[in-house]
Design a protein around this ligand. Structure first.
Ligand SMILES: Nc1ncnc2c1ncn2[C@@H]1O[C@H](COP(=O)(O)OP(=O)(O)OP(=O)(O)O)[C@@H](O)[C@H]1O
Length: 270
């Protein structure tokens, strides 16, 4: 289990990325993180990934304080970040320790899972963007991380590939049982994949709502029930924005996703 208690991240120049974030992610839970641009979503993932260790508050993994990069935490970024000098199978098995034959078998198994059987000997430059991101998914999940952090993992892909990879991620997630934290600007994606959504707003970012997505899995992207629920949450977010005088910011982010109309049940923070 991942626990954050009043975590604040301030950069050396005094700029605060986010403030007083507290939440828990249960084993096997998918948490979507949505928020206005610059509210600290990527900074939050970097802190949990152990890449930035200067923060206030506490971060616990299974009740133990996080100390730098944790071997049970994996990260998938917007761009695949593959090693260009290694072929596909070597990229996937790179993080595995121990017997190399066993590692190659395991890497192959994950390449099959992400639909890249037969591409083991290809190099990153020979892959499409979607294929490279599949390799990145396989590389992250082959180590069976307890927690997988995803920072806009599909935002650079075309809509069709994006949907394919969202479904693929769900398939692999079922097998791996990892907890996932997904930063995205895409509300449809967040609703399709997540069990709960954290809504951040402001600069520094603060947690303004926690929303439970109650639609059962497997979800249908065209579900009317979800569409109605999204309508409700959009209205709720506009109302929330009016209260704090940040209408312009929030209007912009939601308007970037005009097709978004899905329902959520809403759970307030206490
Ligand atoms: N190394 C840094 N030093 C100082 N300020 C930074 C640094 N990195 C990020 N920031 C600032 O911290 C704030 C949060 O940045 P961050 O990238 O985490 O936001 P974000 O929510 O992920 O943004 P976006 O949605 O646009 O990707 C921004 O105002 C950004 O300019």
């Amino acid at each position: 289990m991942l626990t954050l208690k009043t975590v604040t991240r301030t950069f050396p120049n005094g700029k605060m990325a986010f403030r007083d974030l507290s939440f828990e992610a249960q084993p096997h839970e998918v948490i979507g993180i949505l928020g206005t641009s610059g509210c600290g979503k990527s900074s939050l993932l970097r802190v949990i990934a152990g890449l930035d260790s200067e923060y206030q508050g506490s971060i616990l993994i299974d009740q133990a304080p996080l100390q730098g990069i944790h071997e049970r935490v994996g990260v998938i970024f917007q761009e695949p970040r593959l090693m260009p000098w290694l072929n596909v199978i070597d990229n996937v098995s790179f993080g595995l320790r121990g017997d190399s034959d066993t590692n190659r078998k395991k890497a192959l198994e994950f390449l099959q899972l992400v639909g890249l059987e037969g591409f083991e000997r290809h190099y990153p430059k020979e892959l499409s963007g979607g294929m490279a991101q599949r390799v990145a998914i396989a590389r992250s999940l082959v180590t069976s991380p307890d927690i997988l952090l995803l920072d806009e993992p599909f935002s650079a892909l075309d809509a069709f590939t994006k949907m394919q990879l969202q479904d693929l991620l769900l398939q692999v997630w079922k097998k791996c049982q990892s907890t996932m934290l997904l930063v995205t600007h895409d509300i449809d994606e967040a609703l399709y994949l997540s069990d709960r959504l954290l809504i951040l707003r402001g600069q520094p970012g603060e947690l303004v709502e926690v929303i439970e997505v109650t639609e059962s899995r497997p979800r249908s992207r065209g579900s009317e029930r979800l569409a109605r629920q999204k309508q409700e949450i959009l209205q709720l977010l506009h109302l929330t924005a009016e209260k704090t005088g940040e209408v312009q910011d929030d209007t912009n982010i939601w308007e970037r996703h005009p097709a978004a109309r899905r329902e959520l049940s809403f759970k307030g923070l206490s």
